[in-house]
Ligand binder design. Structure first.
Ligand code: IVH
Length: 682
C-alpha cells in the first residue's frame, strides 16, 4: 500500500482538529466560533478527501458520526463498575442528617465537609468508555450491572466527543452522564409527531431514552439529544495519581478540558447549610433551566473520602439526591372546552380538578387536537396524569383506564365553532381542526386584533387584552380598521377608561398608522407568515399591490417561502373579506414608508445575487433588501444562474462554488460602491 501524501495527511488532520474544536465550542461551551457555512465547507472538504482516499478514514473522524444499524439489535454490555442509584433526601433535615452520617464516618464535623452540588438531570443514564482517548463503547445503565451497547447511537450526539481533546489523555477513561432533551427540542419533536400521526413522547426523559434505543442511528441523529457528564467511573493514567485530580470538581473540570459538557451549575460548598441553600436557589430557577431536573445530587468532593465512605447495597454513602416535587401529578378530568385561536385552530382544553404540580396549582391542560384525544383514549371523568415543566403548557400525558368511572363521558369534538357557530373544517393530512368563520368569529377577531396591535405588528400602545375583549363584545370593532374610528368619547364611556387613557389610546392609534410595509403584512395575520417572512415578502415585492397580485410561483421565489406559505399568502389575498379589510385600513389612513416601495425601472432586474460571510458595514439582510429594492433576486445558494456573489468576511462553501462555476465574486468595498452608484442612478 502506498503511503498517503504528507500534505494530504496534514490537511485531513487539520480539518478534523478544526471540526472537533468547532463542535466542542458549539455543543459543549455554547459559544459557536465557526459560521454554519464555514463548518459545512470544512466537513464537505473532509468528506471529499476521505472519499478519494478511503485508507484515511478513521472511526474518530467527524464524518463518521452516523453509521449503520447493528444487525442483531443491541449487544449486552457488562459494566466494569456497576452503575449505582442514589439514596434520596426530601427535606433540609434529611440533608443535614446525610452530612452528619458522612462526618461521623470521616470522624470530623459536618460543617467541615466539602460537598459538590449539581442538578440531578432527568434523562437517560449512559456510560462511555475511551481507550487511548478514542470512544470505543457506549452503553445504557440497564439494571446497573449490564446495559445495552448503543455505541453507534451515542456517536451521533455532537456533545459526545469521538476523541478526547487537549493534553494528558488517559489510557482508559469511563465517563458517566445523562442524555437529556431540552424542552424546546422535545416540544418540536412531539409537534412533528402529532402532525405526522407518529409516536408522541410523554416527557423529555422518555423521549431521550426512546431516541437512544432506536435501531437506526440515522433516527437518533435527528433527535435533539445532549450528553452531560457527571462522573468519572474509571480512569487510568500513566504517571498520574489522585494528586492531580483529588476531587470530583477537579475531575469535572478535566472532563470539560477533554471535550465534555458538564454542569455549569456545579458548585463546591462546605457544610450542610450551604447545600440546603443551593437546593433552594436551584429550585427557584428550576422552571427557567429549559430542561428537566428532578433534584440536586450532593456528593462528597474529595475522592479519598469517597473511597473511605464506600457503598451500601446499591447506593454510595458519599452521595445523596435531594428530590424536588414531581412534575407529574394525578387528578380528575372534569370537562373539556374548545378554544378558538387566531387562525381558527380549535384546541381542546382539559378542565381539571385543581392539583399542585411542582408548586403551581394547575386547573387546565392542553389536549392539543382530536388525534391526541384518540391517542390518549381519554374521557370526561377519567383519572389523568398531568405534567407541568418549565414554561411548557401543562399537558395530559396518561390516562388510568382502570380507574374509569361507569359514568365517564366521551369527548365529542364539535362540528360547529363554539363561539360563532360556523362549520369546523379539518383539512386532510392536518391534525388541526379550524373554525371557518374567519373574522366573523368573535374569538378569531379578538386574537386577530391582539396580533394586529402587538409590538412587532402595528405596535399600538395601551390596547390591552381586556379592552379588546370589550370592544369586540360591544361590536364596536369588527375588523382592525374599525380601531381607527374609535373616538375619545366612546372609549371614555367604558369601565376603567378615563379621559387620559382614552386620549392616549386614540393618539397611539394615530401614531400606529404610520408603519412599514413589512409590519403591515405581518399585522394582517396571514397563516405561517411571521415577522421574518413578512419582511422578505415586503422587500421582494416592494409594494402591496404587487404582492397581492403575485401568483404562487412568484411567491415561492421569495427567500424562505415554500409551497405551503405561498399557498396561505395566495389564498389570503384572494378572500373578499381580507381585500375589504385592507381597503378599509388604507381608507382609515394606514400608510407605510414610500422609500420601501420600489419605483420605476430597476437596474438589477433579471439578476440573481447571493450574499455570504459577514459584512462589516451592514447586515446581510440589509444588503439583501438594498439589492431587492434595485430589482435583483437574492438567492440562498450559488448556481450557474447566479449573476454575482458578495463575499464578506469568512466566506465558506459558497465562495468555493462561485469560483468553481466562474461566477463573479464581489468584495464588500466594491459592493458598497456599486450599490450607491445604482441607487443614485435610479
Ligand atoms: S452521580 C453512584 N450525578 O441519577 C451514583 N447522577 O440515582 C452516581 N443522575 O440514574 C450518580 N444527574 O443517571 C449523578 N449530576 C448527577 C446526576 C445523576 C442525574 C441520575 C443517574 C442515576 C440516578 C442516580
Amino acid at each position: 500500500m502506498s503511503q498517503p501524501d504528507p500534505q494530504l495527511l496534514e490537511e485531513v488532520t487539520q480539518l478534523r482538529a478544526e471540526l472537533d474544536e468547532a463542535n466542542y465550542r458549539y455543543y459543549v461551551l455554547d459559544e459557536p466560533t465557526l459560521t454554519d457555512a464555514d463548518y459545512d465547507r470544512r466537513l464537505q472538504r473532509l468528506k471529499q478527501l476521505e472519499a478519494e482516499n478511503p485508507s484515511l478514514i478513521s472511526p474518530d473522524s467527524p464524518t463518521q458520526r452516523v453509521g449503520a444499524a447493528p444487525a442483531d439489535g443491541f449487544p449486552s454490555v457488562a459494566h466494569a463498575i456497576p452503575m449505582l442509584s442514589l439514596d434520596n433526601a426530601f427535606s433540609a433535615e434529611d440533608i443535614v442528617a446525610f452530612a452528619q452520617r458522612v462526618a461521623e464516618r470521616l470522624e470530623c464535623e459536618a460543617d467541615e465537609v466539602e460537598f459538590t452540588c449539581e442538578p440531578k438531570l432527568d434523562g437517560a443514564a449512559v456510560s462511555l468508555v475511551y481507550e487511548q482517548g478514542v470512544l470505543v463503547s457506549g452503553a445504557t445503565r440497564g439494571d446497573g450491572r449490564t446495559g445495552e451497547g448503543i455505541t453507534s447511537n451515542l456517536r451521533t450526539l455532537r456533545s459526545v466527543p469521538l476523541k478526547l481533546m487537549g493534553k494528558h489523555i488517559p489510557e482508559l477513561l469511563e465517563v458517566r452522564g445523562e442524555v437529556i432533551m431540552r424542552h424546546k427540542g422535545f416540544e418540536a419533536l412531539n409537534e412533528r409527531a402529532r402532525e405526522e400521526g407518529s409516536k408522541v413522547f410523554a416527557n423529555p426523559r422518555n423521549a431521550a431514552a426512546g431516541s437512544l434505543r432506536q435501531l437506526n442511528p440515522q433516527i437518533t441523529a435527528t433527535r435533539p439529544l445532549e450528553f452531560h457528564a457527571y462522573q468519572v467511573a474509571r480512569i487510568d493514567m500513566a504517571n498520574l495519581d489522585d494528586s492531580v485530580m483529588p476531587t470530583h470538581s477537579r475531575q469535572m473540570q478535566r472532563l470539560k478540558d477533554w471535550g465534555f459538557r458538564s454542569s455549569a451549575e456545579l458548585k463546591v460548598l462546605t457544610g450542610p447549610q450551604a447545600v440546603v441553600e443551593y437546593c433552594e436557589q436551584l429550585g427557584a430557577k428550576r422552571d427557567q433551566l429549559g430542561y428537566d431536573i428532578d433534584g440536586v445530587v450532593i456528593k462528597v468532593n474529595a475522592l479519598r473520602y469517597q473511597r473511605e465512605l464506600g457503598f451500601v447495597a446499591r447506593a454510595p454513602r458519599w452521595a445523596t439526591a435531594f428530590k424536588y416535587p414531581a412534575q407529574e401529578e394525578v387528578t380528575t378530568l372534569n370537562d373539556v372546552e374548545f378554544q378558538v385561536g387566531r387562525t381558527g385552530a380549535i384546541t381542546p382544553v382539559a378542565r381539571l380538578e385543581p392539583v399542585s404540580v411542582a408548586g403551581v396549582i394547575v386547573s387546565n391542560a392542553t389536549l392539543h387536537n382530536a388525534d391526541e384525544i384518540t391517542r390518549l383514549d381519554v374521557m370526561i371523568g377519567d383519572t389523568v396524569t398531568i405534567r407541568r415543566a418549565g414554561d411548557v403548557i401543562p399537558q395530559v400525558v396518561r390516562v388510568d383506564v382502570d380507574k374509569r368511572p361507569a359514568d365517564a363521558q366521551p369527548i365529542v369534538f364539535p362540528e360547529h365553532c363554539p363561539v360563532c357557530g360556523s362549520d369546523i373544517e379539518r383539512v386532510d393530512g392536518e391534525a388541526v381542526a379550524r373554525c371557518s368563520g374567519g373574522l366573523y368569529c368573535a374569538a378569531q377577531r379578538k386574537e386577530a386584533l391582539k396580533h394586529f396591535a402587538s409590538r412587532k405588528a402595528l405596535d399600538v400602545d395601551g390596547l390591552g387584552v381586556k379592552l379588546i375583549d370589550q370592544l369586540v363584545q360591544l361590536d364596536w370593532v369588527k375588523t382592525p380598521a374599525d380601531l381607527f374610528h374609535l373616538t375619545v368619547e366612546q372609549l371614555q364611556s367604558l369601565p376603567r377608561m378615563g379621559e387620559k387613557s382614552s386620549v392616549n389610546l386614540v393618539n397611539a392609534l394615530d401614531k400606529a398608522k404610520h408603519t412599514t410595509l413589512a409590519r403591515f403584512i405581518y399585522a394582517l395575520g396571514i397563516r405561517e407568515v411571521g415577522e421574518a417572512t413578512a419582511a422578505n415578502l415586503a422587500s421582494h415585492f416592494g409594494t402591496l399591490q404587487v404582492l397581492q397580485a403575485a401568483e404562487l410561483a412568484a411567491l415561492e421565489a421569495v427567500n424562505d417561502v415554500g409551497p405551503i406559505v405561498a399557498a396561505h399568502v395566495h389564498t389570503f389575498f384572494r378572500q373578499p373579506h381580507n381585500q375589504e379589510t385592507i381597503a378599509a385600513l388604507i381608507e382609515a389612513g394606514v400608510t407605510w414608508k414610500e422609500a420601501e416601495v420600489a419605483q420605476g425601472p430597476t437596474p438589477l432586474e433579471g439578476q440573481t445575487w447571493v450574499l455570504t460571510g459577514a459584512l462589516e458595514s451592514m447586515t446581510r439582510d440589509e444588503g439583501k433588501a438594498r439589492l431587492q429594492a434595485l430589482g435583483a433576486k437574492v438567492a440562498g445558494s450559488v448556481s450557474k444562474k447566479t449573476t454575482a456573489l458578495v463575499a464578506g468576511e469568512a466566506s465558506g462553501s459558497k465562495l468555493t462554488k462561485a469560483e468553481q462555476l466562474g461566477v463573479e465574486v464581489v468584495d464588500e468595498a466594491t459592493f458598497i460602491e456599486r450599490l450607491s452608484q445604482w441607487e443614485q442612478s435610479e
